[in-house]
Design a protein around this ligand. Structure first.
Ligand code: ADP
Length: 477
């Protein structure tokens, strides 16, 4: 029970309820106190008005009789008025200049002598009475002080009634505000419960469900939309992973099946040494394909997990490109292809030499694969110190890529139309360019392709560069 309460007190609903109740109660108390002060002021003001009117009446009656003595008729008149208002303890006093009583109506109270000093016609409270005074003077001297008053009992009784009423209202607000707040908070956060419930049902293998959108445009709708967007991306990512896995398995099966069939053929019957040698060469070739594929898959996995940090090595990218061009020079010569290289400045790239080497090799390998004899391949590398980038281009005068294939060339396992393949094209895995893209992205760069069918293809790579390391001259890659 205690645990349940503790859990409930941690909920947003509970906290909203507390805040709501706090604000409502504070407002209600402020309003009630304001109303109470207003009512009290008005009641007192009404009493003051009556006393001032009475004072005016008495002044008009007394003035003709001054100076002393005051006539019996007037005294009787005043007594009658006092008796008439006895339940209000209404009284009138007439005092001489020394403050001694000349006349007091019935039930007139004994007041502190200081009240004599209060200014004329300014109502004030003293000893539980509301009072008004008037000092009557002629041009020579003060004659008398007239004081009238009435008990504040009625005012107190009225205020006590109002206080009881307000206490009842405050009590009701005190009970209703938290309950209403709890209900209101429940309504407001109900969609959250839906979000939690739906999200709890989601499984990596079952990501079709989406959070309901209520089209209210509020924050919870935005939260649902954001979560739905995230789910879409996760679902896409998982689908890609799944496709990648299925494709990888499929690609691995081909060389394995070839190896198996070669071995089965070898085991079928007794064969000559040359036959066995031939079959073993086939096995080795298939093992080579298998090795290439596995290495490519591993490299792709590496580019996904490895994130370049600032502590990476400053790799002399220009040297990597130079060496790759040198390495391919032999292939160019044997295929009668004109290979050129142009370099402008050194380019040190923060990253992994092994991956960057693969990037250059794949681009050159493709260029050679799709360029017929007599064609040319040009490689350029320019460093831009201002933008701290380097630009590598690999252009060939090969068969080009059909426009419909262009958007897909960087996709994993994508291979162009084989029927259009060049005669000397070797079997590709369809992973080469996706590795290039992964490596470029891994290094914070960009890769683009431009191609015209029958004219040639250019791959452009932009990579961020860093300052040459201090021992650049002795750096080896
Ligand atoms: P593959 O292992 O098949 O070469 P890639 O990912 O390297 O895989 O290339 C994907 C496809 O892009 C190729 O099958 C080919 O159709 C096309 N391609 C890539 N480079 C070139 C190029 N230089 N010239 C023409 N087509 C190219």
């Amino acid at each position: 029970m205690f645990e349940e309460l503790k859990t409930a007190s941690r909920t947003i609903r509970f906290r909203l309820m507390l805040w709501n109740a706090f604000v409502v109660l504070l407002t209600a108390f402020a309003v009630l106190i304001g109303i109470r002060a207003g009512v009290s002021y008005n009641l007192l003001h009404a009493l003051d008005e009556i006393l001032l009117e009475d004072m005016e009446e008495i002044r008009l009656a007394i003035e003709p009789e001054l100076p002393f003595p005051i006539s019996d008729t007037l005294m009787n008149q005043l007594d009658r008025k006092a008796i008439g208002h006895v339940h209000h303890h209404w009284f009138v006093q007439i005092l001489d200049v020394r403050g001694d009583e000349i006349y007091s109506s019935v039930k007139a109270p004994d007041l502190h002598p200081e009240v004599q000093q209060i200014r004329d016609l300014r109502p004030f409270s003293s000893d539980g009475y509301r009072l008004v005074q008037l000092h009557l003077t002629n041009e020579k001297r003060e004659l008398v002080t007239v004081r009238i008053g009435a008990s504040l009992e009625f005012h107190k009784a009225d205020m006590a009634r109002i206080d009881r009423l307000f206490a009842t209202v405050a009590g009701i607000v005190l009970i209703v505000a938290p309950l209403f707040g709890y209900w209101l908070a429940g309504r407001a956060i109900n969609p959250l419960a839906d979000i939690i419930e739906t999200t709890a049902r989601l499984r990596p293998s079952q990501l079709e469900e989406r959070l309901p959108i209520r089209n209210t445009g509020d924050e919870l709708d935005k939260l649902s939309e954001t979560v739905n967007g995230l789910l879409n991306r996760i679902a896409d990512h998982l689908e890609q992973k799944h496709d990648f896995l299925a494709n990888s398995a499929h690609e691995l099966r081909t060389p394995i099946a070839a190896i198996r069939s070669s071995v089965e053929v070898a085991l079928e019957r007794e064969r000559s040494a040359e036959d066995y040698q031939e079959l073993l060469i086939e096995v080795i070739e298939e093992c080579g394909s298998l090795e290439i594929l596995v290495n490519q898959l591993l490299l792709l996995a590496e580019t996904e997990t490895d994130r370049i940090t600032n502590e990476g090595d400053a790799v002399p990218f220009h040297e990597l490109v130079e060496r790759a061009v040198d390495m391919f020079q032999g292939v160019a010569d044997s295929h009668d292809i004109n290979l050129t290289f142009e370099k402008e400045g050194d380019a040190y790239v923060d990253g992994y030499a092994h991956h960057l080497r693969q990037l250059i090799n794949n681009l050159l390998d493709n260029a050679f694969k799709f360029t017929p004899a007599g064609g040319h391949i040009s490689v350029t590398l320019h460093s831009n110190r201002e933008s701290n980038t380097c630009h590598l281009t690999v252009s060939d005068s090969g068969r080009g890529i059909p426009p419909e294939d262009l958007p897909h060339v960087f996709e994993r396992f994508f291979r162009g139309d084989r029927s259009r393949a060049h005669a000397n094209e070797t079997r590709g895995t369809g992973l080469g360019l996706s590795i290039c893209q992964a490596v470029v992205l891994e290094h914070g760069g960009q890769i683009d392709v431009e191609s015209r069918l029958g004219t040639g293809t250019t791959f452009k790579v932009t990579l961020p560069i860093v300052k040459a390391p201090v021992h650049a001259a002795s750096a080896t890659v």
